[in-house]
Ligand binder design. Sequence first.
Ligand SMILES: Nc1ncnc2c1ncn2[C@@H]1O[C@H](COP(=O)(O)OP(=O)(O)OP(=O)(O)O)[C@@H](O)[C@H]1O
Ligand SMILES: [Mg+2]
Length: 239
Amino acid sequence: MREQIEAYAKRLKLSWIREHFDELEADSNQEYLLKLFEQEVQNREERKVNLLLSQAQLPKTGNQPFQWEHIRIPQGIDRERVLDGTFIKEKENLILYGGVGTGKTYLATLICLNAIHRFGSKVKFFTVASLVNKLIEANQQGSLPKLIKQIEKLDLLVLDELGYIPLHKQGAELLFQVISMCYENKSIVITTNLQFGQWNHVFGDPILTEAVIDRLIHHSHLLVFTGDSYRYKESLLNQ
Ligand SMILES: Nc1ncnc2c1ncn2[C@@H]1O[C@H](COP(=O)(O)OP(=O)(O)OP(=O)(O)O)[C@@H](O)[C@H]1O
Ligand SMILES: [Mg+2]
């Protein structure tokens, strides 16, 4: 009988039940069934979150509470709406701009974690350099359409560290293609240390730069990180 139960559970893709159905105690059939279903659903949700987390490839973060004091938030959005992912539902973008160590990557990561845990959103975190490398590689290997399709399925794309490295012509054009594809379709969070006036140095070509900025800022909020580097502060504290 055990084997048959396992076989049916397998066919029905009830993997928690298949492995643990004989571990539950209950006073009635109904209570037993209820507990089985509860555990199966809970297990499924945990697996889904874990899958979304592993696909998102988020950087490791500290676990100290996020400090908002030195972040200027524009009208039209507030802390709550940044963190609760409302902007993702509205397909708006965030541009996190400021100096090194001020929390841009940290905030982008927290936004991703919340979106996954609260809404089961599909998110992916790239540094600009890593995405551009991937795009160039995919282009060379003829798998660009596949990569673009993967990005198309996301709810939120994070592009970290725009501005740290200038892009070659082909890289800039491919990145533009991704940003255009996301335009009005999904949210992008960009972190950067450069004002818009300097994005030219990254994209190399003024017309392309203008087209990128135009698309990004159309439905976006610019958060300005004005503080000193937390890395610096933390290393002083540790001395
Ligand atoms: N606002 C903040 N509140 C709490 N901790 C912070 C904050 N900002 C930064 N930190 C701490 O400092 C570390 C570095 O911050 P983070 O990597 O987010 O900086 P960044 O702005 O992305 O810098 P860079 O431009 O160099 O990439 C974080 O991992 C975190 O531990
Ligand atoms: Mg960073």
